[in-house]
Write a new protein. Structure first.
Length: 93
């Protein structure tokens, strides 16, 4: 999951990861049917939750000025259990 200094919880990182992203300008998507680049939206959906979910936090960012990676050292709160039903695109059993 992506982490930034503004985040305060693992839920914030999950929300950012699953947010819809608009592809336009230099990031346009190539449409096979149209044979050209077009504006589009990209989104990740969770269809089914596993019994145990392991999350990896992306806590480093590239600093172009120094040419090095820098650790994002913010503290994220994380509950012992996390209700992910609001992020699922289908009803969970």
């Amino acid at each position: 999951l992506p982490v930034s200094w503004e985040m305060g919880s693992v839920a914030d990182a999950l929300h950012e990861y699953l947010a819809e992203e608009k592809l336009s300008g230099g990031d346009q998507w190539y449409c096979e049917r149209c044979k050209r680049k077009v504006d589009a939206c990209k989104k990740i959906d969770i269809w089914e939750l596993p019994p145990v979910l392991v999350l990896q936090l992306k806590r480093f960012e590239y600093d172009a000025g120094s040419g090095r990676f820098r650790k994002i050292g913010c503290t994220l709160s994380a509950p012992m259990t996390l209700d992910l039903s609001e992020y699922c695109s289908s009803t969970q059993a």
